[in-house]
Write a protein that binds this ligand. Structure first.
Ligand SMILES: [Zn+2]
Length: 503
């Protein structure tokens, strides 16, 4: 209670108007179609909450003194949980997080792809003093730890003493509440790690009740060994392991969604707790460098191979390019035409030019049938992999896009099942015990939306267009989004690994 009142005071200092509903007196949302997160059909009823917790749900009526909100038949669901988010980027100066709350997301899980704040403890404590609009949990990132220990001398396996030092840093992060260990094995410096190094660290995370999440070692050329590595880590440690932003990102892998699901089902049948997340786009966003796993950026044969098999030149769109920002938004094919050079030559030249600067690229490498196969797997939850500032439309559109395109238009999942993936399953896959369902005693993280109107509007040309159909969003019982606007409230809390977490 003390904590809630201090949050409220901070909110009052930060903004002129703070919605008092759910704090001063109980709030009841009536005339709602309730989707409780368990995947069962919607039922009409009401939900009552006070001081951040759900008091009652179902066929209930308002009590004297309740603040009453009429949902007018719209759907009320648990707030969505984004299990792979980069929306912490720039959040210092953007605590209301329009990109996040406008999608109905109430919890973001950061520290992904092996990258996290190091050490995690002080970062999380600062967030409790200056909270965001949404809840936040973090993994401890292998790349951050490896970078801290090995510095510039990272293009090799770590020595035993270095692995030991990494283990100490990981242990400290775990004690500060990290959900577990995240890796980004397609990126520097993690790409140079031996499996034994990752396993040694994973064992520490497991021993402390954590879990493992991974941008696997390859999403294209060496996809199957990368999946095998993740499954091995699950088998050897016994902890839950999750594939981040699961994708088959190369021509020769297309239409192998069934094979992937078969491999994952076989692992689960053997007792390995493997799960996955996916975002609803055929294009990813990363760096140009990641296209060259051998880091041989001047190898024209490799550049030709990339363009022929991983992503075509007209499917590679620059998202950032600090050496020449006029190239942002252009494809490698367009730049090649502008410069009168070959596409492969242009790709290599762009990497050379950006060696000391920043670059990112949106790459089209996946096909719809695989995305839909991955989505249908019952252990796949949704993620955005997005941020508030990037050119990839997922930062503002991922979750509503699932509701519009994949539920309503394509019928890939039923609405209750899609909501289960965004809520209860996501909470379970992250080990978050008291979120993700409409149930008495759980946190009042809520989204009120219109399933008939929900959908994304963001595109690569308009990446920051907010979604349609999301009416209101509450975090810990405080309204953070209403009428297409943020309310200014920042009631998010830091979620630390729970001993009650679902394994
Ligand atoms: Zn990633």
């Amino acid at each position: 209670l003390k904590r809630h009142s201090s949050l409220l005071i901070l909110g009052l200092l930060a903004t002129t108007v703070i919605p008092a509903e759910g704090q001063e007196r109980p709030t009841i949302i009536i005339n709602a179609s309730l989707l409780d997160g368990n995947g069962t059909a919607a039922f009409s009823g009401a939900l009552r909450f006070h001081r951040g917790r759900i008091l009652a749900v179902g066929r209930i009526t308002a009590e004297p003194g309740d603040s009453v909100i009429d949902a007018r038949g719209q759907t009320l669901a648990p707030g969505f949980i984004d299990t792979h988010s980069h929306h912490d980027r720039g959040a210092d100066s953007n605590r209301t997080l329009l990109a996040v709350v406008s999608q109905g997301i109430t919890t973001i899980v950061i520290g992904q792809d092996g990258g996290s704040e190091l050490p995690l403890g002080p970062f999380l404590r600062a967030l409790e003093i200056h909270p965001l609009a949404v809840n936040l949990a973090s993994y401890s990132g292998h790349n951050s730890i490896r970078d801290s220990v090995m510095g510039k001398d990272f293009r090799r396996p770590a020595r035993p003493l270095e692995v030991e030092r990494m283990g100490q840093l990981l242990r400290a992060d775990m004690e500060a509440g990290a959900l577990g260990l995240s890796t980004g094995l397609e990126y520097d410096p993690g790409i140079f790690s031996a499996r034994e190094e990752v396993l040694a660290l994973a064992r520490i995370a497991a021993e402390l009740g954590g879990r493992y999440i991974s941008h696997i070692r390859s999403e294209d050329r060496w996809f199957w060994p990368a999946i095998e590595e993740l499954i091995t880590i699950g088998r050897e440690t016994g902890m839950p392991v999750q594939i981040s932003h699961t994708k088959l990102a190369m021509k020769s892998l297309w239409n192998q969604g069934d094979s992937l699901i078969h491999v994952l089902d076989r692992a689960r049948a053997a007792g390995i707790k493997v799960t996955a997340d996916v975002y609803p786009y055929t294009y990813w966003m990363s760096t140009l460098q990641v296209l060259f796993p051998e880091r041989n950026f001047t190898d024209s044969v490799e550049a030709e191979f990339v363009l022929a098999n991983v992503s075509p030149a007209d499917g590679l769109l620059l998202g950032e390019f600090s050496p020449d920002t006029s190239l942002v938004g252009k494809t490698v094919a367009e730049i090649a035409r502008m410069r009168g050079r070959s596409e492969a030559g242009t790709l290599m030249a762009l990497i050379a030019e950006s060696m000391t600067g920043d670059e990112s690229v949106i790459g089209t490498s996946m096909i719809e049938p695989d995305i839909e196969k991955i989505m249908r797997w019952p252990f796949t939850n949704f993620s955005s992999d997005g941020s508030s500032t990037s050119l990839h439309p997922r930062g503002f559109g991922a979750f509503p896009r699932v509701l519009g395109r994949y539920v309503r238009e394509r019928g890939v999942l039923s609405l209750p099942e899609a909501i289960r993936r965004m809520t209860a399953l996501a909470a379970s896959n992250m080990g978050l015990a008291d979120r993700g369902r409409l149930a008495v005693g759980l946190a009042a993280d809520l989204v009120l939306f219109d399933p008939a109107a929900s959908g994304d509007r963001s595109t690569t040309r308009q990446p920051h267009a907010t979604a349609d159909g999301i009416a209101s969003v509450w975090v810990n019982g405080i309204r953070v989004y209403d009428g297409q606007r943020t309310t200014g409230a920042t009631p998010g809390t830091v979620l630390r690994r729970s001993s009650r977490g679902t394994r």
